[in-house]
Design a protein around this ligand. Structure first.
Ligand SMILES: [Fe+2]
Length: 216
């Protein structure tokens, strides 16, 4: 189901059909001694390009990364180092989906642990699908990654069906699509509601933020 034209660029149907479990069965990620360790932008892009050949998935990861960076800067007021940690979590959160869907997101977690990356980033990736990986989002970074992941793809799919793309897109249009079960049918509406509750941010605020920032 990879490359699904609607909503998320991938679907977990494959995993469900094969009755595979993505549960991580872990609650501690990375080593606190590595706090502050990050990949350079070049290293992160290299990993993305080496692991992810699916262009649609790459675009999704870059869009989520951009949203994470913008949110960290504008809403949280974080410095550039923290902004990059948020961005890096977004950029690599689905890095292993393209080649190792049955190991999603074990593979990328192990890679980042082997590279001694900040546990904050690894934990955010591990908790971006609590209903699949069994890891609860705890930090604001965790929660926003889950929230953006759910909505970014659906809004991008909406932009693709509009002749004007993102130009003139309105909150009410997105909400209308959300209510249509047939639109981006693989985006689970209950998970969106769950993600918003956890993030403690109004759905309207996040949708408006994505509309404005996702025009790349
Ligand atoms: Fe994603």
């Amino acid at each position: 189901m990879k490359g699904c034209p609607n909503g998320r660029p991938f679907s977990l149907h494959l995993i469900k059909e094969k009755n595979m479990s993505l549960l991580l069965n872990r609650s501690v990620f990375g080593n606190p001694a590595n706090t502050g360790n990050v990949l350079s932008r070049e290293e992160a892009m290299q990993l993305l390009n080496d692991w992810v050949k699916n262009e649609r998935l790459q675009l999704h990861m870059k869009q989520v990364a951009h949203l994470m960076k913008c949110w960290a800067a504008e809403k949280e007021g974080f410095d550039e180092a923290a902004q990059w940690r948020w961005e890096m979590a977004g950029l690599l959160h689905d890095a292993d989906w393209d080649q190792w869907p049955d190991l999603h997101c074990k593979k990328i977690i192990e890679e980042l642990e082997a590279r001694n990356i900040d546990p904050e980033i690894i934990r955010a990736i591990a908790s971006h699908g609590p209903n699949h990986f069994g890891v609860e989002p705890e930090t604001k970074m965790d929660k926003m990654l889950f929230a953006f992941d759910e909505l970014s793809g659906l809004i991008h799919a909406y932009s693709l069906m509009r002749p004007e793309g993102y130009t003139g897109m309105e909150l009410k249009g997105v909400k209308k699509r959300l209510k249509e079960k047939s639109f981006a049918a693989n985006v689970n509406r209950e998970e969106i509601a769950d993600a918003m509750n956890r993030a403690g941010v109004e759905l309207d605020v996040i949708i408006q933020f994505i509309i404005e920032r996702q025009q790349m």
